[in-house]
Design a protein around this ligand. Structure first.
Ligand code: DOR
Ligand code: ZN
Length: 367
């Protein structure tokens, strides 16, 4: 097909053959790679698709120092399959008492790419998160000065607020004030789930961007209760009503550079999900690009996938675009029902489903 500049190509090699999409290699701007056995089980799912990923710091204990981030980065690199080129971009976990000098030193030395703010008790491993954003205003001052992005888990942790309203209330109570106080701070509202978030990001200045997950483009809140309770569809922010899912699909496929790919792939072993108090998190890494491709295809916007997946994110972060390409093919693929980790299992997003698109790997570069 003509009319697209390199490297994006949508092609049907011979009549009747499956359509192939060749795009610049994407990055994942939000992922949980965990540690130990889990890290080894999941990291190559991310690394085979993405050139770089913003790695979340919510380990136990959280990544709050430059030394901890460097050690974690080494463990990630050691877990990569031989020959797989992948760059983990490390983040700092903000606490009420984090040392701003440590944040600045980590950013200036290239160890920290960004810092993540979890409101305390908002989600998995957030107990040491920030209890009141004003307590870290002096840290945000430094981040604004040095150009370091702030990544937000955008939900209030106030249990009086309905769980489905916590993102919208965060925008009102926290985000609007934060942007007014730090007009030059680069901020990413992570894994947005609501019409309110889409509208807020669209109207804010260019220093506010947002990531959108594959699962929030595919499921609405009914998916958690389909014929019974479905713990593998539970994540935070929780999936919302259908109209919100549709707003996210419009935003992702709009071509607006403020919206970019962030999977929020968040693996937990089966016992932690299928439990009296199951963990939040959807493990979507094995199907990430294929899921996004299907969504863009369904929306008639395949030509917008490359920018969402491989251009908007690096431009927001001020990083170079990747030069390699990957290939996706419109061929059905069955997702495995389960994945082994140590002596237990995980259930991936879309387990057992038939996907319309198949990821074919990195392109040889021959055009
Ligand atoms: O669903 C989620 N899982 N949301 C988060 O914010 C954290 C993540 C995790 O670490 O499991
Ligand atoms: Zn996350």
């Amino acid at each position: 097909m003509s009319g697209f500049r390199d490297p994006l190509r949508i092609e049907t090699p011979t009549p009747g053959a499956a359509t192939r999409l060749v795009i610049r290699q994407p990055d994942d701007w939000h992922v949980h790679l965990r540690d130990g056995d889990m890290l080894r089980a999941v990291v190559n799912e991310t690394a085979r698709q993405f050139a770089r990923a913003i790695v979340m710091p919510n380990l136990v204990p959280p990544v709050t120092t430059v030394a901890a981030a460097e050690a974690y980065r080494s463990r990630i690199q050691a877990a990569l399959a031989p020959g797989l080129a992948f760059t983990p971009l490390m983040t700092a976990y903000l606490t009420d008492t984090i040392d701003p000098c440590e944040i600045e030193r980590g950013f200036e030395t290239g160890v920290f790419t960004a810092a993540k703010m979890y409101p305390a008790h908002a989600t998995t491993n957030s107990a040491q998160g920030v209890t009141d954003i004003q307590r870290i205003y002096h840290v945000l001052e430094v981040m604004q000065r040095i150009g370091m992005p702030l990544l937000l888990h955008g939900e209030v942790a106030d249990h009086r607020v309905d769980v489905f309203d916590r993102e919208a209330v965060f925008i009102e109570r926290v985000l609007a004030k934060l942007l007014a106080a730090f007009p030059a701070l680069r901020v990413v509202l992570e894994h947005i789930t609501t019409e309110a978030a889409v509208a807020f990001v669209e109207t804010a200045g260019p220093n506010l961007g947002a990531t959108i997950t594959p699962h929030h483009l595919v499921i609405n809140r009914n998916a958690m209760f389909e014929g019974g309770i479905r713990p593998h569809m539970y994540c935070l922010p929780v999936a919302k009503r259908e109209r919100h899912r549709l707003a996210l699909r419009r935003a992702a496929t709009s071509g607006n550079p403020k919206f970019f790919l962030g999977t929020d792939s968040a693996p937990h072993v089966v016992g932690e999900k299928e439990s009296d108090c199951g963990c939040a998190g959807i493990f979507n890494a094995p199907v990430a690009l294929e899921t996004y491709a299907a969504v863009f295809d369904e929306e008639g916007a395949l030509e917008k996938l490359e920018a969402f997946a491989a251009e908007h994110g690096p431009r927001f972060y001020g990083l170079s675009l990747n030069t390699g390409s990957i290939v996706l093919e419109r061929t059905p693929r069955r997702v495995s029902p389960t994945m082994v980790v140590a002596n237990t299992r995980m259930i991936p997003f879309q387990a057992n489903a038939s996907l319309a698109w198949t990821f074919r790997g990195r392109s040889s570069g021959a055009c």
